[in-house]
Design a protein around this ligand. Structure first.
Ligand code: BES
Ligand code: MN
Ligand code: ZN
Length: 494
């Protein structure tokens, strides 16, 4: 996709559709670039009521003889503008217009927002809305295409926002595709191959441990989960920069290419979307591609992914089994469906052993995170809280969204086993399922500052919406880019 910035609507190519926000209380005079016919049409619609300005509505004003078509996106109250709302507005325009077959959109800046933030939000929205998830349809159909995005603005910083927004948005598309691929195709082996291909294309170092090396490393928790599957597990490492850079940061991802629950089998309905249980891994792999393209200085960034299936085959782990993780801790498995924490136990132990000082993990870990925050934000927690707060801020500025939750000692006590160091579920009576899971993970992140992002509610959008195709969402990629960029800027200040 081609992106550029121009200073006036009259500089926009003739074959583009102009997309613009219209805020509550504004009228057709607020859009001086409309042709007289378009202006009259909009005035007539506004006379009928305020629907045209309600957030998320779309009104297409056809091209007059000398004008380009204009899509008016209702933007609600001017005071409610946030970067995330702006991105969604841009995505609504893009999904609507690419659905009609238009492939060139020109967004006109209408908010008082900082140029860089506006450029980034617009590009990410444009890419989000244009994404086509029907990757396996064979019928004749024209897939959505977005060839060119033009931003109309005279603010400083728009160009650099465009660069970041395009890089992050395109990386989100990589994550979305990985999530959308069916689990019979995207096995752990194939996910590792995809990571290797992306790494060599973007100049990242990549190494993959196979099942024998995983066993040799003592990763008994990951192996326990893999035992019920015919597919062998993989441990993927991706690196940007040199380990002796001023700052180090690491991202860890849960990569269950399918979660059936194992012997603690899920219901049929419960596993319908469980190909998306590798969305944390997808975020880390795609986030590393974004980092490679952004080229931040003074940082070493490493992505760690543990990938396997959770299946109930004859070799499967049983409720009651005790596994030993790479850091030596023993885990009594009471529910084989609480497998993500077992995989992450070894991934986190490995990252700590590699000398990581700051870790952020991304995992579709618990249904309880969906109960707590729905599909509105990732559930963030970890130790110390100062690092969690840093990551939450980066997540919000990076056009994802996260909410910090506490990690009280009670949650860790709920994970005490009678025969081993830990059990893998706190059971119903403990409550706080997302936080007992996090307390379990904390035992494997000791020695590093660690933030846990439970993205179970954010990773997969079953129905889709007016701004986004159904399926994978690319959540987490923006957080990875923003955490890395803020690390690089603090490295530059030291
Ligand atoms: N992958 C699931 C969590 C999940 C549920 C993600 C719904 C997205 C949507 C995870 O492995 C799981 O099964 N968690 C269990 C844990 C329980 C057995 C302690 C859960 O949340 O029910
Ligand atoms: Mn599970
Ligand atoms: Zn799972």
């Amino acid at each position: 996709m081609n992106a550029s910035v121009v200073s006036k609507v009259s500089d926009v190519a003739d074959n583009a559709v102009v997309a613009t926000a219209l805020f509550e209380g504004e009228d057709s005079a607020s859009l001086p670039f409309l042709s007289p016919e378009q202006s009259a049409q909009l005035a007539a619609l506004l006379n009928l009521g305020p629907a045209v300005t309600r957030r998320g509505t779309t009104t297409l004003l056809p091209a007059g003889r000398s004008a380009r078509p204009v899509l008016v996106v209702g933007a609600g109250k001017r005071g409610d503008v946030t970067a995330l709302n702006l991105k969604r507005g841009a995505a609504v325009a893009s999904r609507y217009l690419t659905g009609l077959g238009f492939s060139h959109i020109a967004y006109v800046a209408r908010s008082q927002m900082d140029g860089e933030a506006w450029g980034q939000a617009s590009l990410e929205g444009a890419l989000e809305g244009a994404y086509d998830s029907a990757i396996k349809k064979t019928s004749d159909r024209t897939p959505r295409r977005l060839d060119t995005v033009t931003l109309v603005s005279t603010s400083d910083g728009v160009e650099s926002g465009v660069r970041v927004g395009q890089i992050v948005g395109e990386a989100r598309d990589i994550a979305r595709e990985l999530v959308n691929l069916p689990p019979n195709e995207l096995t752990p082996t194939v996910l590792a191959e995809r990571a290797q291909e992306l790494a060599s294309r973007h100049g990242l170092e990549c190494s993959v441990l196979d099942e024998n090396q995983i066993e040799h490393m003592g990763m008994g928790a990951l192996l326990g989960v893999a035992a019920g599957s015919k597919q062998p597990p993989r441990l993927i490492t991706l690196r940007y920069g040199s380990p002796d850079a001023r700052k180090r940061v690491a991202f860890a991802g849960k990569g269950l290419t399918f979660d059936s629950g194992g012997l603690s089998l899920k219901t049929g309905e419960g596993m319908e979307t469980m190909k998306s249980d590798m969305a944390g891994a997808a975020a880390v792999i795609a986030g590393m591609v974004a980092v490679a393209r952004l080229q931040p200085q003074g940082v070493c960034v490493t992505g760690y992914v543990g990938t396997t299936e959770n299946m109930p085959g004859g070799g499967a782990m049983r409720p009651g089994d005790v596994l030993t993780a790479m850091n030596g801790k023993t885990i009594e498995v009471l529910n084989t469906d609480a497998e993500g924490r077992l995989v992450l136990a070894d991934v986190l132990s490995y990252a700590v052993k590699q000398g990581e000082t700051h870790i952020v993990d991304f995992a579709t870990l618990t249904g309880a995170a969906v109960v707590a925050l729905g599909h509105a934000a990732a559930l963030a927690t970890g130790k110390p809280m100062s690092w969690v707060e840093d990551v939450v801020k980066a997540s919000d500025s990076g056009l994802d969204r996260a909410w910090a939750m506490p990690l009280y000692p009670e949650y860790r006590r709920a994970m005490d086993s009678t025969i081993a160091d830990l059990k893998n579920t706190g059971g119903r009576s403990a409550g706080a399922g997302a936080l007992t899971a996090a307390a379990f993970l904390s035992e494997f992140a000791e020695g590093a500052e660690w933030t846990h992002m439970d993205i179970a509610g954010m990773a997969f959008n079953r129905e889709g919406s007016s701004s986004s195709a159904p399926g994978g969402t690319g959540t987490g990629v923006g957080t990875i880019a923003a955490v890395t960029r803020s690390m690089a800027s603090s490295a530059a200040q030291e």
